[in-house]
Write a protein that binds this ligand. Structure first.
Ligand code: NDP
Length: 463
C-alpha cells in the first residue's frame, strides 16, 4: 500500500525542494563535490541492485533477468552524469569590443518535477534525475502509481549518499499528483516520460505558464530488414525489438519491414520463433516473455488485435491470451504476428505497447523509407543490411531520434535519446540532456573608465 500525496504534500515538497536548492548545503557545494555525491548514490544503488530489481518485477511483471540488467546499468547514469557535474563550462564571448568582458554561465533551473512511467521505473526515472541533479537542480519525482516501490527504494539511498535533505524528493500517487506538480508555479521544469496523450497535456499546461518541459513519449518504430542482411542477426534483432519486455517498451520495433525477395522466408522464421517463445513467471530464469503489466493494458492489446482481425488482417501467430499452468490469474498474451494490413490502418499506426508485431513487405530503399516515415511517431528505427553505405543512407533519411544499424535496443548514458514528431521534445542522455536542465546567463562586465553617451546604444564594435 502506497500513500497518495495530497495537494498539501505537493506544496510542502515544492517548498522543501526550493529551500534545499537555495540552501548553502547544496548551492555551496563545489561541482566536483556534487559529482561525488552522485557517484556515491550510484555505488549504493549497485549494492542494492538485486533487491530493487525484485521490487520492479513484482510491480510490473517484467522478467527479473531484464530488471536486474536495468539495475546493473542504472549506476552508470550516476557515474556518467556525476562526471559531467564539474565539466559544465561557460565561455568567454568574442563580442568585438576591447573594453568589455562578456561570458556565459550555465545555471540550474531550480525545482524540477520528474514524472516517470511503469515500464522501466528506476532506469527511466534515473535517466532524468541524473541529468537534472548533475546540472545542480533539486528534483521531485512522481513515479507511476503502478511502480512506486523501485524508484522509492533507489532514491531513498540519496540520504545515505549524503545529499542534503530536500534535494531529491519522491511524491507517490496517481496521475493527479503529476498534474498538480505540472501546474505548480514553484516547478521550473518538467521532465516527463510516458504516453504521447499525457505528454501533450503536460506540454499545454507547462506552456500556459511558460514552464519548460522535456518529453520522452511513445513510438511505433520500424525495423527494416533488407534482403542482403545477416539473416540470423536480423531475426534475433526483430524478436528482441518487439517481444523482449513483452513489447512494453517505448522503443518496441512494432513494425517489421521485410524486403520482398525474402518476405516469405524471413516472415516464416519470425512466426516460428514467436510461437516458440517461453511465456511464464517473470521470476523464472527460463522465461523469455512475462505477463502484460496491468489488466487495462491487456484489454487494450486484445482490442487492437480484434479490431485488426475484423478489418481483414492475417494473424500469423498468437492473437489471443496465453494460459500458463499454475498461473491462472496471470495476464499473459501470446506473441502476435500480423500482416496484410494497409500502412494507414490503426494497428500499423498506433502504439499497442504489447507483444504485437505488424509486418509489411517493401520493394526497395525508397519504399522502405516511405513506409517507415509514414507515422506520427519518430522515436527509433532499425536497419538490417550488409551494405554499410546503405545503412548510413537509410539512417539519415529516417525520421527518428535513434536509428540502429545491425543492432536494436542499444542505449547508453552517453548517447542522446529522444523523439522526432509525436515521440517527444528534447533529449535524455548525453551532454545534450544536461542542457535540458540548465539555463544560460550572459554576464557583461565593463573594463574601461570612459563614460558613454547614455542616449546611444553601444553596438558591437561601436566604441
Ligand atoms: P502515462 O502517460 O499514462 O503515465 C506516465 C506518468 O505520468 C505516470 O507517472 C502517470 O501517473 C503520470 N501521469 C498521468 N497523467 C498525468 C497528468 N495529466 N499530468 C501529469 N502526470 C500524469 O504512461 P504509462 O505509465 O502508461 O507508460 C506508457 C507510455 O510511456 C507508453 O506510451 C510508452 O511509449 C511511453 N514511454 C516512453 C519512453 C521514452 O523514453 N520515450 C520510455 C518508456 C515509456 P500514473 O501512472 O500514476 O497514472
Amino acid at each position: 500500500m502506497v500513500a497518495k500525496a495530497t495537494s498539501t504534500d505537493v506544496d510542502r515538497a515544492v517548498e522543501a525542494a526550493k529551500q534545499a536548492f537555495l540552501g548553502e548545503a547544496w548551492s555551496g557545494l563545489t561541482h566536483s563535490q556534487r559529482g561525488r555525491l552522485m557517484m556515491r548514490l550510484g555505488d549504493l544503488i549497485a549494492e542494492h541492485a538485486d533487491e530493487i530489481a525484485e521490487f520492479e518485477t513484482r510491480e510490473n511483471g517484467k522478467l527479473l533477468r531484464e530488471m536486474a540488467g536495468h539495475l546493473r546499468i542504472v549506476p552508470k547514469w550516476l557515474y556518467y552524469f556525476g562526471g559531467w557535474a564539474d565539466k559544465i563550462e561557460g565561455s568567454v564571448l568574442p563580442v568585438d569590443r576591447t573594453d568589455t568582458l562578456t561570458y556565459t554561465r550555465h545555471e540550474p533551473l531550480g525545482v524540477v518535477a520528474i514524472i516517470s512511467p511503469w515500464n522501466s521505473p528506476v532506469l527511466i526515472t534515473m535517466m532524468m534525475v541524473a541529468s537534472a541533479i548533475a546540472a545542480g537542480n533539486a528534483v521531485i519525482v512522481k513515479p507511476s502509481e503502478f511502480t512506486t516501490a523501485g524508484p522509492l527504494a533507489a532514491l531513498r539511498l540519496a540520504e545515505q549518499a549524503g545529499f542534503p535533505p530536500g534535494i531529491i524528493n519522491v511524491l507517490t500517487g496517481a496521475g493527479d499528483v503529476g498534474e498538480m506538480l505540472v501546474h505548480h508555479p514553484g516547478i521550473a521544469k518538467i521532465g516527463f516520460t510516458g504516453g504521447s496523450a499525457t505528454g501533450k497535456k503536460i506540454a499545454a499546461a507547462a506552456g500556459s505558464r511558460l514552464a519548460r518541459c522535456t518529453l520522452e513519449l511513445g513510438g511505433k518504430s520500424a525495423n527494416i530488414v533488407f534482403a542482403d542482411a545477416d539473416i540470423d542477426a536480423a531475426e534475433a534483432g526483430a524478436l528482441a525489438a518487439i517481444f523482449a519486455a513483452t513489447g512494453q517498451t517505448c522503443i518496441a520495433g512494432s513494425r517489421l519491414l521485410i524486403q520482398e525477395e525474402i518476405y516469405d522466408t524471413f516472415l516464416s522464421r519470425i512466426v516460428q520463433r514467436a510461437n516458440a517463445i517461453r511465456i511464464g513467471n517473470p521470476n523464472d530464469q527460463n522465461t523469455q516473455m512475462g505477463p502484460i503489466a496491468t489488466q487495462p493494458q491487456l484489454e487494450l492489446v486484445e482490442r487492437f488485435v480484434s479490431e485488426a482481425r475484423s478489418s481483414g488482417a492475417r494473424i500469423l501467430a498468437g492473437g489471443k491470451r496465453a494460459e500458463v499452468p499454475g498461473l491462472a490469474a496471470g495476464l499473459f498474451y501470446h506473441p502476435t504476428v500480423i500482416d496484410g494490413v494497409p500502412n494507414d490502418s490503426k494497428i500499423a499506426q498506433e502504439e499497442v505497447f504489447g507483444p504485437v508485431l505488424t509486418v509489411f513487405p517493401f520493394r526497395d530503399e525508397q519504399h522502405a523509407i516511405e513506409i517507415a516515415n509514414h507515422s506520427r511517431y519518430g522515436l527509433a528505427a532499425g536497419v538490417w543490411t550488409s551494405d554499410l553505405k546503405r545503412g548510413h543512407r537509410v539512417a539519415h533519411k529516417l525520421q527518428a531520434g535513434t536509428v540502429w544499424v545491425n543492432t536494436y535496443r542499444a542505449y547508453s548514458a552517453a548517447a542522446p535519446f529522444g523523439g522526432y514528431k509525436d515521440s517527444g521534445i528534447g533529449r535524455s542522455n548525453g551532454r545534450e540532456s544536461l542542457f535540458e536542465y540548465l539555463q544560460t546567463k550572459t554576464v557583461w562586465c565593463e573594463l574601461g573608465n570612459e563614460i558613454h553617451d547614455p542616449f546611444v546604444i553601444r553596438t558591437s564594435g561601436d566604441h
